[in-house]
Every structure is written in structure tokens, then in C-alpha cells.
Design a protein around this ligand. Structure first.
Ligand code: ACK
Length: 962
């Protein structure tokens, strides 16, 4: 400071803090002009300067004798300069800022106490333009002490708002706000330009706009800081960094994304916040249900969806064959994509539901379907993709309808037609059925043709006919073609009679056929003349009526090398021997449905078969009702052959569809245990069932059961299947007493049957049930099955008696060979016994066909009265068995004869030494009595007891007939 008559004095302020002051107090003298000037103060960025003064001022009234000279104000002045002028001082250069008066003044007493009363005054100066300035204080006669002078200016200080930094800002004038643009802090970006206003008071006002932290950075204390390891931030914004989602990591700071762990992936479009995922596991529980040439595939969702919800399914169809490897037994599977004509419903890829129907497959063909569950990352991990495969074999399917029929030639009485083979024959077309009728009539004619043309003869002239054609394959008939209409030509006087032309035609064709066959006969006889008598050629030409000019013929040559062809009844399917298949497992899949083990619930064991246990259980197929089933299992440790033999039964059974043949539900071959699942027959096998219910059924009930068995056997023989082991133990009975033929197989059946015994020619045969020619030279035919049926008939009528009781197999063979036959069971209707005897005809061609047996039994059922006439139960005198050669109807002899006969029974002289006093005593004889005398075999026991009763009634009711 520049002191110009101001004095620096020490004192204390009101708080007794020592202070130094500049004082002047020349109040007694006139014309005072005392100055105090500051040093040069640089202006810096200040526009406007504030000066705060703290001072004390003495009250003039408190000073005596100063009136007129004492003042109570002083002046504040300033001078702007660009440089420090040192001690150079010019009074007139200063400009007055204000006259400062005191708000408070102090008295003498105050002074005596040395307490200063401070006044504070603030004045503003500016705007300033020069680099610096001086302040000056002018005293004109006051008693004033300047305690402090504070010089300052106002500014808005540096600040960071909304991630934008705003510099120190000095307001320009007192009127307006200063708009200041902010700059984004490091690692941030402007979202909207940041701005703020700096007020004249040095306050920041109205922040506008903001900055956002870059990806990988988050806002921390007004700065953008890198995300820590294990965290990420993928977007611009002032959110915090997020923790890495499951199965991902970030090892470095400032991560925008987290990387996926091994075997985890992120699909394009997956947000960074989503966990890393992997392809799903394979679909589960694939079930196929085959319907001819289409298959419905059903499956369950994969166990592991890979952590995603965008699961879809894709089904790939392949045709696979096992190709034999050169020189080795095994083979390799070769697959090729299915034809493009295979249809998928709704589609093959992108399936949202867990089912698809595949249609238009080829019949009898192996297909493999690979079902894959896919999700958004499947394409990123081809090696991790899994699928479930199911192999199916399509069934036989009936051919599609004939659609194109052409009329080739028309005359008065005939028309020639041709047609085009069905688009999908689904097998070899065996023949066509042509059904036609007059348009106005309802009765129709049916013809069959092997080729794709036919001539219909014997038609009425000038008549409209309608015709339909359907093709037949081993799978049966296909649907009929749409009706095709044609008209014959009008009558004409000059036309040759069609009847006579037919005759001529037939005559000519017959002649040609006979010539051809004669030549053939000649050649064949010539070739096989050295063969045995067996090699006789049977030739049968059957001419049908001229309206049906097809000539079915049968040629048999027993010992010729060429095969035997027989035209079976049209419309009936033919049994296919599964052993003719190179790969027997193909046969089983051709004829048996593969079941998922998960659809089967086993309840309990009901018996034991040769290959394993027989159980009862339940089968629940998708969208089908649960049914009771029998389950035959193949026990572990089986050989390949055992497996083949076990499944052969299913391959055979699967070809049958008849109410009296046990129905195959399917097989389980793809998991263990291997199973054959059939319908459940509540009453088990017929022999034990009958034994359990001895004498409890009416004749009609028994005949009903027998009729069922015969009907099943008719079906089998029509199919060309020979059972070879027809016996009551192989018939099953359900809760409605319906009998069904079971136990199918070839050699296996006999190997399996405990009744089967080895013959001298080798091979096992159930002697008691088998026809003599089958025992002698293994001639098994439907006629030998008819013999067995006779034995079953006997078993049924005797409620499960063992045929030939305890006789040895050798004795049975001998007795039967000598013409002896089983006697009628007790109370057996005569007609049924006659039927048995017919079945046991030595000459097999004389035995009734199953069709005839069915019709005989049907007649009996319609006329139950006929069952009342029972066959005579008295055994023949010479043997337990009846001698068929001596008489047809057995009769009761005299008491003496009868006793003689009894003594020759194979009961070791049972009656020798036994005396009977009367017929009464005889009639009361019980089986217990017989046991006592050594008749231990149940059959003869019953027979003897019933005979005694019959004899008793004869003697009581009249003379014993001779
Ligand atoms: O007489 P069962 O009770 O009837 O004892 C045998 C046993 O299994 C061994 O073959 C019984 N069995 C076989 N197949 C069936 C079936 N489909 N339903 C009921 N029981 C059956 C048979």
C-alpha cells in the first residue's frame, strides 16, 4: 500500500483477535485530504471487480470541539492501468467508486475499551478492460480505521455434469447468462450436446444434453471407467457393467461381450445378456406306427434343450440296406436318401410339434428315420448334434386303384377292355378282379384276369353295363376303380351268334391247350420216367362256364425239380415262410410291428415257455386305449439262432388276422429283453382250462369252442399254413370262451412241445396228435392238421383227458396203424364222435377239410337237438381203442362179453379175481374201487365207471341188447 497520511496501527477486532489497521483521524483540522492506495492488482480474467471493505468510523458527536471539521465518510476510488506504476501517484487519475459511510460508528468509551465496531461495505466496479488496477481511499476529515479490503471477482468454476466437463467461466456482465458448451469426459460420447449457463453470480444453471459412457465403460464418479473382469457392457449408455451370463467369461477389463465357455455357443441375434447355449440332445421315445406304406413318428422333447427354447425338429428319411461284405459273414449298412416323392406331413424340417406322418413310402421296404432336435446354435456345433434313429419296415399295402380303363373292341355280346396298372402297385399284382353288371340291374358278375386286358362275353346286345376293376397283391385287394360304363353293339341279323362263336373259341382254345399240355406231359414223363411212382404228373384242367373263360389249372410234380404252383383261392392272402427271407429279422419287421418297451407294462408271470417267461401285462400305444397283453420274453444269453427261432413265431403270427388266431400286437427287438406281445387270453390254454372246469359246460358251449378252433384252422389252411402241433394245449381261451389257435413256428414248435417225441426218422413229433403219414414220412399237410383237430375234438369232449392216456408212444403208433381209434368220450354226441373218426381216416384225402368241419359244427349249433344223441361209450371188447375196420358204430355187448373185454384192458388183468354178485353192485363201482383193484389210469377209470352205469341202465330198462 501506498500510505498517504494513513497510519498502520495494531488493535483487536470484536472477537479480540489482534488485527492491523490503517487509520486516519484528523478531525480537528479543516481541509483534510488523506490517501491510502493499494498495490497494482492484476485483473486476470475478471470483468467485474468486487471490493469488500471492513472499517470502523468514529461518531463525530462523540468528539468534543470538532464541529465543522469532523466527517463521518470517506471515498473509495480506482484507477485502471495496464502495468504497475510503482509509487507514481496522481490523485486526479483516480475515479471515485463511492462515498462510504459507516453503518456503525463508535464512541470514545468504546475506544477506551479498545473494541472496534466493524462496518462492512461491498462495492462493484467494472467492467474492467485494462490489465490491472489500483484502489484508493480518500479521507476528508473522518476518524476511520480500515481493517480489511478484499478484492475479488465472480466466476462459474470448472465442473462435470452429465459426463460433460465445463471449464471455469467468468460472467461478462451483470445482465446476461453465459452459455457454456461442455465436452464429454474420456470414453464417453455425446448423446445430445451438453450445455450449461453460467450466471453473473458464478452459478451454473440449466444443464442441457449429456454424454454416455462407451461400451465396455461404466460411469463411476463423473467419469467413464472400464468394466472389471467378469463384467461386460455392450452398449453406449450410463448403465452399469453387467456380470457375464452363465457359461461365459471375460478375462479382461473393458469387455464389450463375454466369450462362451468351451462347447457353448451364442447364436447370431442372441443378446449379450443371454447365457451361452449348446445344441439339444436327441429326441426321446421315438415311436413309429406303420400303416401300410405310411408311418406316423412320434417322439418326446429332448432331455436337454441346450438352454434354449427355439427347438425345432427335422426328420431325415433314409433307405438302408445291409450290403454283404466280400468274403465275410457280416455286412455293412448302406443308406441312401429317400425318394423325393416321399411325403412328410406337415413337413420334414422346422417341425414345432413332436410328430410327423411320412407317406408314399415303398411297401416292404426298410427305412431309417433320423429325428434331430435343433436349436439356434445347432449349426455352430455340427459335431455336437445328436439324433434319434428309428428303423421301420413298411407293410404290405394294397395296390392303388386302377384309374385308366379303355374299351378296345365291342360287339353285340362282348367287349374287350384294357387298363393301365395302378400307379402304386405296392407289390406284385397277382390278378385283377373285374366286376360288371347291367346298368339297370343289381346282380353282377365277377371275373379275374392276370393281365391288363379282358374280354367280357355273353353280354346282352345293345345294353349299357357298368364295370369296376381292382387289383390284388399279396396284401389283398386295392380300392376299386371308378365305375366305367360301356355299351354293347345293337342286334344284327347277319352277326354270328355270340354263343356259337364262344363255343368255337373255347373249342379252339381247348384243343390248343390240350395239345400243349400233351406235349408238356410227354416231355415231363420222358424226363422223369426213372423216378418213383411219386413222379406221376397230375394235370387238371378246369374249364369254367363260357361266361367265365379263365382256366385256372394246377400242375403238381412230386419229384420234379421244378416248383409246384397252385392257384389259391382269390382274395385270400398266402402265408410267407419267414425262413425264405435271407435276413429273418427283415421278416419279423415285415410282419410284426416294433413296439417301444416303454409302452409295455409287465404285471406278472403267467407261465414259462422254452425261451423264457410268459407274462401278462398292459400295452399302451399313443392315442390308443390300453389293452391287456401276454408277453413272451426271450431270456438272456440266447444264441442268434434262438433269437431267430423265437421271433419266427412273431413273423408267422403277424401274417394272420382272424378272430380265432391269436393276434400279434407287436415285438420288441430293439431293446432287451426281446419280447413278443400278443392279445391276452384270460383263461389260458384250453387243456388246463377244461380240466379245471370238468363237466361244467353245455354241449353247445363246447361245440362253440370247437367251431372257433376249426374256423381258425380253416383260415390257416386257406393261407397255406400247416400248423403241425394242433393240440388243446396250443389253443388259448379268452374270457368269452373264444378259442384261438396259438403257438406258431416251424421246427421250433415241435422242439418246444414237451409232447413232441423223436421219431425213428429223426425230428420231434407230438405222436398222439399227429397223423400216421406225418409220423411215418413227415407228410405234414392241412389234412394232417385235420387229424390233429380230431384229437383236439376228443380232448375237448373229454374235458382235457390225455389222448391214449398213459399208453406209450410206440403203442399208440402201433395201435393207430392197426386201425384202432380213441373211443368216444363220455356223453359225447354221436355226430361229434363221427367227426373225430372222419378226421382220423387213414387216407388223408378222405379226411374232412376245415371248411367242411366248420359247416358241420355250424349245423350242430343251429340244431342243438342233434347233440342229444350220444355215441355209445362202451369200449370194444378186444381193446380199449375202437377198431374202425370192423364196424362203424360201436355197440354194447352182453354182460359176459363186456366183462371179457374189461379183462383184456391194458390194466394188467384188473378184473381177474374180482367177482360181482349183480349188475347193481357193478353200477355202484366207483373210481376209488377201481384204483383198489389196480386200474390207476384215469381215462379207463372214467370209462369203466360210465360203462358200468350204462350197463346198469340197460339192465334196469330192459333186456341187454345183443
Ligand atoms: O395255461 P396257461 O395259463 O396259458 O399257461 C400257459 C403259459 O402262458 C405258457 O405258455 C400262458 N399263455 C401263453 N400265451 C398266452 C396269452 N396270449 N394269454 C394268456 N396266457 C397265455 C399259457
Amino acid at each position: 500500500c501506498l500510505f498517504l497520511l494513513f497510519f498502520e496501527i495494531s488493535g483487536v477486532d470484536e472477537h479480540y483477535t489482534p488485527i492491523r489497521t490503517f487509520q486516519v483521524c484528523n478531525v480537528m483540522e479543516y481541509s483534510q485530504n488523506n490517501w491510502l492506495r493499494t498495490n497494482w492488482i492484476p485483473r486476470q480474467s475478471a470483468q467485474k471487480i468486487y471490493v469488500e471493505l471492513k472499517f470502523t468510523l468514529r461518531d463525530c458527536n462523540s468528539i468534543p470541539l470538532v464541529l465543522g471539521t469532523c466527517k463521518e465518510t470517506f471515498n473509495l476510488l480506482y484507477l485502471e492501468t495496464d502495468d504497475d506504476q510503482g509509487s507514481h501517484f496522481r490523485e486526479h487519475q483516480f475515479s471515485k467508486i463511492d462515498t462510504i459511510a459507516a453503518d456503525e460508528s463508535f464512541t470514545q468509551m468504546d475506544l477506551g475499551d479498545r473494541i472496534l465496531k466493524l462496518n462492512t461495505e461491498v462495492r462493484e466496479v467494472g467492467p474492467m478492460t485494462k490489465k490491472g488496477f489500483y484502489l484508493a481511499f480518500q479521507d476528508v476529515g473522518a476518524c476511520v480505521a480500515l481493517v480489511s479490503v478484499r478484492v475479488y471477482f465472480k466466476k462459474c468454476p470448472y465442473t462435470v455434469r452429465n459426463l460433460a466437463s465445463f471449464p471455469d467461466t467468468v460472467p461478462i456482465d451483470s445482465q446476461s447468462l453465459v452459455e457454456v458448451k461442455g465436452s464429454c469426459v474420456n470414453h464417453s460420447k455425446e448423446e445430445e450436446p451438453p450445455r450449461m449457463y453460467c450466471s453473473t453470480e458464478g452459478e451454473w444453471l440449466v444443464p442441457i444434453g449429456k454424454c454416455l459412457c462407451n461400451p465396455g465403460y461404466e460411469e463411476r464418479s463423473n467419469t467413464c471407467q472400464m468394466c472389471r473382469a467378469g463384467f461386460y457392457k455392450s452398449t453406449l449408455g450410463n448403465t452399469e457393467c453387467s456380470k457375464c451370463p452363465p457359461h461365459s467369461f471375460s478375462h479382461h477389463e473393458g469387455s464389450l461381450h463375454c466369450g462362451c465357455e468351451k462347447n457353448y455357443f451364442r447364436a447370431e441375434g442372441d443378446p449379450a445378456s443371454m447365457a451361452c447355449t449348446h445344441p439339444p440332445s436327441a429326441p426321446r421315445n421315438v415311436i413309429s406306427s406303420i400303416n401300410e406304406t405310411s408311418v406316423i413318428l412320434d417322439w418326446s422333447w429332448p432331455e436337454d434343450t441346450g438352454g434354449r427354447r427355439d427347438i425345432t425338429f427335422t426328420v431325415v428319411c433314409k433307405r438302408c440296406r445291409v450290403v454283404a461284405a466280400n468274403g465275410s459273414n457280416g455286412g455293412t449298412q448302406r443308406c441312401e436318401p429317400c425318394r423325393s416323392s416321399v411325403r412328410f406331413l406337415p413337413r420334414a424340417t422346422g417341425l414345432q410339434n413332436t410328430t410327423v406322418t411320412v407317406g408314399d413310402l415303398l411297401a416292404h421296404t426298410n427305412y431309417t428315420f433320423e429325428i434331430e432336435a435343433q436349436n439356434g446354435v445347432s449349426s455352430l456345433a455340427p459335431k455336437m448334434r445328436q439324433y434319434a434313429a428309428v428303423t421301420i419296415t413298411t407293410n404290405q399295402a394294397a395296390p392303388s386303384p386302377v384309374t385308366v380303363i379303355r374299351k378296345e373292341k365291342t360287339s353285340r355280346n362282348s367287349v374287350s377292355l384294357s387298363w393301365v396298372e395302378p400307379e402304386r402297385p405296392n407289390g406284385i399284382i397277382l390278378d385283377y378282379e373285374i366286376k360288371y353288371y347291367e346298368k339297370q340291374e343289381t346282380s353282377y358278375t365277377i371275373l379275374r384276369a392276370r393281365g391288363c386286358n379282358v374280354t367280357l362275353n355273353g353280354l346282352k346286345p345293345n345294353t349299357a353295363y357298368l364295370l369296376q376293376i381292382r387289383a390284388r397283391t399279396a396284401a389283398g385287394y386295392g380300392a376299386s376303380s371308378p365305375s366305367f360304363q360301356f355299351e354293347t353293339s345293337p342286334d344284327s341279323a347277319f352277326s354270328i351268334s355270340s354263343e356259337s362263336s364262344q363255343v368255337v373259341l373255347i373249342a379252339i382254345s381247348s384243343a390248343v391247350a390240350i395239345i400243349l399240355l400233351t406235349v408238356l406231359l410227354y416231355v415231363l414223363i420222358g424226363r422223369s420216367v426213372h423216378h418213383s411212382l411219386d413222379s406221376v404228373l397230375f394235370l387238371s384242367v378246369i374249364f369254367t362256364s363260357h361266361t367265365n373263360p379263365f382256366l385256372p389249372f394246377f400242375i403238381f410234380c412230386r419229384s420234379c425239380k421244378w416248383s409246384i404252383h397252385a392257384l389259391r383261392l382269390p382274395g385270400v392272402r398266402t402265408y410267407v415262410d419267414p425262413h425264405t427271407y435271407e435276413d429273418p429279422s427283415q421278416a419279423v419287421h415285415e410282419f410284426a410291428k416294433e413296439l417301444e418297451a416303454s409302452c409295455i407294462a409287465i404285471d406278472k408271470v403267467v407261465g414259462a415257455g422254452e425261451f423264457g417267461e410268459v407274462c401278462s401285462g398292459r400295452l399302451k400305444l399313443p392315442s390308443k386305449k390300453e389293452i391287456c397283453v401276454a408277453i413272451k420274453t426271450l431270456k438272456g444269453g440266447y444264441t442268434d439262432k434262438q433269437r431267430r427261432d423265437f421271433l419266427a413265431e412273431a413273423s408267422i403270427m403277424g401274417q394272420f388276422d382272424h378272430p380265432n388266431i391269436i393276434r400279434l400286437e407287436g415285438v420288441v427287438t430293439r431293446s432287451k429283453p426281446v419280447m413278443i406281445v400278443t392279445e391276452y387270453m384270460e383263461n389260458g390254454s384250453l387243456d388246463s382250462f377244461l380240466r379245471k372246469h370238468d363237466a361244467q359246460f353245455t354241449g353247445i358251449q363246447l361245440v362253440g369252442m370247437l367251431r372257433g378252433i376249426a374256423s381258425g384252422m380253416k383260415y390257416l389252411s386257406d393261407m397255406g399254413y400247416v400248423h403241425r402241433d394242433l393240440a388243446a394245449r396250443n389253443i388259448l381261451v379268452n374270457s368269452n370262451l373264444v378259442c384261438k389257435v396259438s403257438d406258431f413256428g416251424l421246427s421250433r414248435v415241435l422242439e418246444d412241445d414237451p409232447e413232441a417225441a423223436y421219431t425213428t426218422r429223426g425230428g420231434k413229433i407230438p405222436i398222439r396228435w399227429t397223423a400216421p403219414e406225418a409220423i411215418a414220412y413227415r407228410k405234414f399237410t392241412s389234412a394232417s392238421d385235420a387229424w390233429s383237430y380230431g384229437i383236439v375234438l376228443w380232448e375237448v369232449m373229454s374235458y382235457g383227458e390225455r389222448p391214449y392216456w398213459e399208453m406209450s408212444n410206440q403203442d399208440v403208433i402201433k395201435a393207430v396203424d392197426e386201425g384202432y381209434r380213441l373211443p368216444p368220450p363220455m356223453d359225447c354226441p354221436a355226430t361229434l364222435y363221427q367227426l373225430m373218426l372222419d378226421c382220423w381216416q387213414k387216407e388223408r384225402n378222405n379226411r374232412p377239410k376245415f371248411e367242411q368241419i366248420v359247416s358241420i359244427l355250424d349245423k350242430l349249433i343251429r340244431n342243438p337237438g342233434s347233440l342229444k344223441i350220444t355215441a355209445n361209450t362202451t369200449p370194444r371188447p378186444t381193446n380199449l381203442l375202437l377198431d374202425r375196420s370192423s364196424s362203424e358204430a360201436p355197440s354194447v355187448g352182453t354182460m359176459g362179453d363186456w366183462m371179457d373185454g374189461m379183462r383184456t384192458l391194458p390194466c394188467k388183468e384188473a378184473f381177474s379175481g374180482v367177482s360181482y354178485s349183480s349188475c347193481d353192485t357193478l353200477a355202484k363201482t366207483s373210481t376209488e374201487d377201481l384204483k383198489k383193484v389196480g386200474v390207476t389210469i384215469v381215462g379207463p377209470q372214467k370209462k369203466i365207471v360210465s360203462s358200468l352205469k350204462a350197463l346198469d341202465s340197460h339192465t334196469k330198462n330192459g333186456p341187454v341188447p345183443v
